[in-house]
Write a protein that binds this ligand. Structure first.
Ligand SMILES: [Zn+2]
Length: 211
């Protein structure tokens, strides 16, 4: 904890001082363009990964970056509704990641029998587990995990569409959903490509050219 407190002092004494104007502007409101839904995993630092500034990313995190379908879950629906209907974010990114503990647990339900809250939470991703086990059960362990991580992100996009505020904005055509997976070991982000139905490396340069 001391390391974090030292960090706070450094933030207040240098970062904040150098960004007074930004924080003064942010003190009275926010208008982020993007809702990022990702895992609670400590290895994901969204602001660092995307080089985002305070005020740019509205973030929702939980174990396994899960979006309960409309009518289920709790705070997720409220966070989502606020982001989409009030802040009017233009993009929602669901960002899964390699070596995800929640997805490992999903594949090994017996590992969470003494963790009823975790087991209950992960039951929302049961269809992902079923799809993987039934269709990709013969893959080597690591590949099966990667498959699960990718499919889980896609399933959350399906769940997002069940939320009325999201469905309405999608109909208008001014909201876009993205399925991404962050690979921790090499810093790569893979994005699901609807045409090839596969995850492809997302290259910053290409995105910039595509506008
Ligand atoms: Zn995770």
């Amino acid at each position: 904890m001391q390391k974090l407190l030292n960090g706070l002092v450094a933030f207040q004494n240098s970062v904040f001082e150098n960004e007074r104007e930004l924080f003064s502007r942010l003190a009275t409101g926010q208008s982020p363009d993007t809702l990022l839904i990702t895992c609670s995993d400590s290895r994901i630092s969204p602001d660092m990964l995307l080089q985002a500034r305070p005020g740019e990313l509205f973030v929702m995190r939980n174990a396994g970056n899960i979006v309960p379908p409309y009518g289920q879950g709790g705070g997720e629906a409220a966070t989502l509704e606020y982001a989409v209907a009030v802040l009017k974010v233009k993009d929602i990114v669901v960002l899964g990641h390699s070596d995800c503990g929640a997805m490992k647990a999903l594949l090994s339900p017996e590992s969470v029998t003494s963790l009823p809250a975790v087991a209950n939470w992960l039951s929302q991703a049961e269809s992902t587990r079923r799809v993987v086990v039934d269709n990709h059960g013969d893959l080597p362990k690591e590949e099966m995990l990667d498959k699960t991580i990718g499919l889980n992100v896609l399933r959350q996009l399906d769940n997002l569409r069940t939320h009325p505020a999201v469905a309405s904005r999608l109909e208008k055509g001014d909201l876009h959903l993205h399925a991404w997976v962050y690979r921790i070991k090499d810093g790569t982000v893979l994005a699901f490509d609807a045409r090839s139905r596969s995850y492809m490396p997302l290259a910053g340069k290409e995105v910039a050219v595509a506008g």
